[in-house]
Write a protein that binds this ligand. Sequence first.
Ligand code: ZN
Length: 621
Amino acid sequence: MGTALVYHEDMTATRLLWDDPEYIALVQKTQTLDKEELHALSKQYNAVYFHPDTFHCARLAAGAALQLVDAVLTGAVHNGLALVRPPGHHSQRAAANGFCVFNNVALAAKHAKQKYGLQRILIVDWDVHHGQGIQYIFNDDPSVLYFSWHRYEHGSFWPFLPESDADAVGQGQGQGFTVNLPWNQVGMGNADYLAAFLHVLLPLAFEFDPELVLVSAGFDSAIGDPEGQMQATPECFAHLTQLLQVLAGGRICAVLEGGYHLESLAQSVCMMVQTLLGDPTPPLLGLMVPCQSALESIQSVQTAQTPYWTSLQQNVAPVLSSSTHSPEERSLRLLGESPTCAVAEDSLSPLLDQLCLRPAPPICTAVASTVPGAALCLPPGVLHQEGSVLREETEAWARLHKSRFQDEDLATLGKILCLLDGIMDGQIRNAIATTTALATAATLDVLIQRCLARRAQRVLCVALGQLDRPLDLADDGRILWLNIRGKDAAIQSMFHFSTPLPQTTGGFLSLILGLVLPLAYGFQPDMVLMALGPAHGLQNAQAALLAAMLRSPVGGRILAVVEEESIRLLARSLAQALHGETPPSLGPFSKATPEEIQALMFLKARLEARWKLLQVAAPPP
Ligand code: ZN
């Protein structure tokens, strides 16, 4: 189950699924026209040129997209990318437009519906132009959710259409299934794109629950492109791709659209393909602070879409009696001035030079367990860790927590420390370890201290259940401690806080997308420690989703520590998620309770001064 790359020009075993014979015949005729006739015909359309090879190439491009859908939906491959020219997302049923002749991605969606009976298809159009062709074709079709962000500048950028704005939401049965996020300034960067994914696209996508994800993969939205004039670096597309991989069982078919800076285009495509192949995400550069204009755009699309999506309705603060508290809230340290969307001059080549393709660690996922391996039903390819650090070293670390470690815990602790070293040395991508319930908190504390001793700059701890914050935990910005437990949200500092575990799917998704991931991306950790202590309350699918999504901001470097009572239930799905498989479904979408939303709102309102990716609305100017 690999990744398909479709590009050969002989992939023509295909046919159009809906006919508009006049337009097709017209395009076919272009093969025999002379230069003057081609010029005259081209002028009848908006931003189009015809060439004697146009018909042949356009058929190849459409065929490549259909062949990719076939390969993914028959299970021949897991995902793939079709590298095609001409692109497709501007073309309409009977009109070429914007260098596009046939709408490759729309055809792919129709094909998936007609041949495979799919009922929910998500199209993510991250090209910098609005794919108005796709929007028109599915405008009243609720089986296709079309998301597009695009340079808009209040309508002054091509294709200058009012229906590219946020308030165009589809018609009839299709209302709410067209989602336009217009960028009203150039210079949008990694933080702006991430904010759009975390606060708009992904909440809707989880609620929609697609069976297939098609990507209109244009890279004129990347840095350096003269058309887009945006600032997102190539690695950003690795992150966007990995965030989509938790949907639709990982069935992603990407089809190339625009991209006019050849080096930026090539690097961005490379980043996407590496991620489709399962490589860890590279670090994301830049301040994780969305700009004012991006937040205004995000807010406008949320306002337009709220009537149609429960997950957005949850963003509205419920009126409840106060049950949350902040016992030792400290003054908030701000990040300094908020950055602007200004385009940094000459920033491109140093950024592209820095882009390093880091080798993936030789071992993907390793497990050290107090429970026999056979009882864990681990997926193939997961390594059982037998190595250990030296006994004296283990004992020295254990002495810090004399009362919490029994003698029989020491062998396990030695193995866990060895796993941590393997991850930090780049030998192991991620790992799962079990401990006795009593030793979980002390193990986590030792791991934190060892990370710091090994000069980790930033360690994110996501602790679930009854795991108390270590008393001597530093508050110097090196450790971000998030405890998910109990009934109330509470803030000890900008780096230490706790939140309840929601019981609804809507609440859980809001926790992950609206709080955990924005914090993780804002913190940019070297290492994630995910600890499931006594009474953690996580179900299989929840644990898997949390682990799968935490991989992105940390390049996959996660050590999950699980108390042994629940490891039998969780080990397999947790290992699969860390290994890169799509987590199982959380089940039907259920709306978050007012209490769940209130707890999240309480935290976000107090934390967003420091953690800017939490923002979903622009502060007043
Ligand atoms: Zn474009």
